[in-house]
Write a protein that binds this ligand. Structure first.
Ligand code: GTP
Ligand code: MG
Length: 590
């Protein structure tokens, strides 16, 4: 009998089915009978007559094509292995012996399938050559119909005589025809084995629930990238494999450290490293403080905090790439209880405030995880972050889009108000970076989108120009236009007069921060002093007044009060020989 364990199987179109059922009820025998391959590859498994590890076999079934089987151990000690077997697989075969009662691990495995919300399955009553399958079938049927597998087809077979196997193949073909997966989904391969093949280097095998892996792809393992040098299936190399499928990827070289069963290889940048999540619980009993979380082939210890009756906040010991709307399973290693858990929020807010948990319970009761709902709750969020969390859907039409950021209409209105207030506090205006800090923006890049009248961005500073009469605004505009290209060539008194600015008007513009008035009749744009400081910093130190004048392309009329201002603000220091040097760290507000 050929060994089916060298490669994990997988072709361009492979379905995957996991077994489930009580120890010794005939799972491996059935897989062997269906595939002609050996699921139990360990010597110890043969010696003890039971499965210990997951077994992988495949065959071709009717019009569904290649079907891979993940054969799980039934012994109660190997529940964790069993969960990593069914975790990434969309379909299952619950195997029950005709000659035995409804047994504890049959019940436990069925609970696990239900907790993972597996909806595609076949109930198989085997060993029908040993007893009347009727009673076992009736009992199992009743149990199955209380779970996510309710209504699954049932067949009666014998793994020994082969009776009923054609019925089973037909039932599998029907069930698998309904399993759908998106070939363009972001790749997340749940790794179950990592080994080295002479001449080929590192090979990993695993189950790919959806998406497509291609030769030449880069995949991420934590912060490392690995290159897929070969995609194998059924001992044949493929250009690409789409899930659901068993795949073997040749990575070449040495395995990245930490790559093992329970690791995942994911499309780079496509998933968030989730350390905290809020879930809705399905199941009964008291969730312990330290349950284990199972998803795909991964198992991670978590710290659980109940939120109301049906929800919990989970803190993961190790980050996982989980997304909103996914089903994960929680297990109490002590009592063996299992809970299904729907991921509602993989980037939840802190619960440290008093009463936060109670408020959160109400939010989680009817949480909507679409873009509109997430945006309403978060106020502002990066689109790429939502995508990594698996949150998709149309964006609200009234959202503000700034690069990667989405800002809700409410949040934008609140921030605009704060921005107006923050700028009004500063007669000389403030830089966008300072405004972002004061307003509490998560990214200074958002400021530009929040600037509305009466705030304006002038020469790199935000200023208010609320109450200026129209003639003064026009005059200001013409002075600005003039100074934009030649920032230190202050207009002279005649130019100002021509623009309609007399002494009083100029003084007002200075007072209100629209212009930087250095001396009577000498006005530059706000921020020109800082720009001058930058220019002077680039000169050999110390420098003379004349060198400063030349560097700034201006006149003595302007450079003298400008240098006096810089001296006064502690940005330059005047030396006894009338030269100056800049002071390295500019003081004062920026
Ligand atoms: N007569 C008969 N014996 C069977 C049949 N199926 C399995 N057996 C026997 O039942 C015993 C257990 O079968 P396995 O296939 O190893 O059972 P399993 O469910 O894989 O057991 P675990 O992997 O340990 O959970 C073996 O001795 C098999 O030969 C069957 O259809 N008829
Ligand atoms: Mg077995």
């Amino acid at each position: 009998m050929p060994s089916c364990t060298r490669w994990a199987g997988g072709s361009a179109d492979v379905s995957v089915v996991a077994t489930a059922g009580h120890v010794d009820h005939g799972k491996s025998t059935l897989v062997r009978a269906l595939t002609g391959q050996e699921p139990d590859r360990l010597e110890e498994e043969h010696r003890r007559g039971l499965s210990i590890e997951l077994g992988y076999c495949w065959t071709s079934i009717g019009n569904v094509g290649d079907v891979a089987f993940v054969d799980v151990p039934g012994h109660e000690r190997f529940l964790s292995t069993m969960l990593s077997g069914i975790g990434p697989v969309p379909a299952a075969m619950l195997v029950v012996a005709a000659d035995d009662a409804w047994m504890p691990q049959a019940a436990e495995h069925l609970t696990a399938l239900d907790a993972f919300d597996v909806r595609h399955g076949v109930l198989v009553v085997t060993r029908c050559d040993l007893a009347d399958p009727g009673p076992a079938l009736a009992r199992a049927r009743a149990e199955v119909d209380r779970t996510s597998l309710a209504g699954s087809p049932a067949v009666v077979v014998s793994g020994r005589t082969g009776e009923g196997l054609d019925d089973l193949r037909r039932a599998l073909a029907d069930v698998l025809a309904d399993v759908r997966a998106d070939p363009s989904a972001d790749v997340r391969l749940w790794v179950d084995r990592v080994f080295t093949v002479a001449g080929a280097g590192t090979v990993v095998t695993g189950t790919l629930p959806a998406g497509t892996v291609r030769r030449g792809d880069d995949l991420a393992h934590g912060h490392d990238l690995v290159r897929v040098r070969g995609v194998e299936s059924l001992d044949r190399s493929q250009e690409a494999v789409s899930g659901p499928a068993r795949v073997a990827l040749r990575l070449g070289g040495r395995a990245p450290s930490g790559l093992r069963r329970g690791s995942m290889l994911v499309a780079p940048q496509a998933y968030a490293d989730v350390v905290e999540l809020d879930v809705r619980l399905h199941g009964h009993g008291h969730l312990p403080e330290r349950p284990l979380l199972h998803v795909g082939t991964a198992r991670v210890a978590v710290r659980a905090r109940p939120i109301g009756e049906h929800h919990a906040r989970l803190r993961l010991d190790v980050p996982l790439p989980v997304r909103h709307g996914e089903r994960v399973v929680l297990r109490d290693p002590g009592s063996r209880a299992l809970w299904g858990a729907d991921v509602l929020d993989a980037d939840p807010p802190s619960l440290s405030r008093r009463g936060a948990a109670r408020a959160r319970a109400a939010v989680l009761e009817d949480l909507r995880s679409d873009v509109a709902g997430e945006l309403a709750r978060r106020g502002a969020v990066r689109r790429s972050h939502l995508r990594r969390l698996g949150v998709t859907g149309p964006e609200p039409a009234d959202a503000t889009v700034v690069g990667d950021w989405l800002v809700s209409a409410d949040q934008a209105a609140t921030w605009r108000e704060s921005l107006v207030a923050a700028v009004a506090e500063e007669p000389r205006g403030i830089t966008p970076a300072a405004a972002a800090r004061v307003v509490g923006l998560p990214d200074p890049g958002l400021v530009a989108a929040l600037v509305v009248a009466p705030v304006r961005l002038v020469a790199g500073r935000l200023v208010t120009e609320s109450l200026l009469p129209e003639d003064l605004r026009d005059a200001l505009e013409s002075v600005r236009a003039r100074l934009t290209d030649v920032p230190f060539a202050a207009p002279d008194v005649e130019d100002l007069a021509a623009a309609g600015l007399d002494r009083r008007a100029l003084a007002r513009l200075g007072r209100e921060g629209h212009l930087l008035v250095l001396a009577e009749g000498v006005a530059l744009l706000p921020g020109a002093d800082l720009a001058a400081y930058d220019v002077l910093s680039a000169l050999p130190q110390p420098f003379t007044t004349s060198q400063a004048r030349q560097a700034l392309a201006t006149s003595r009329r302007v450079v003298l009060p400008l240098l006096a201002r810089l001296d006064h603000d502690g940005r330059t220091v005047r030396l006894p020989d009338d030269t100056r040097r800049v002071i390295a760290r500019p003081a004062g507000p920026t």
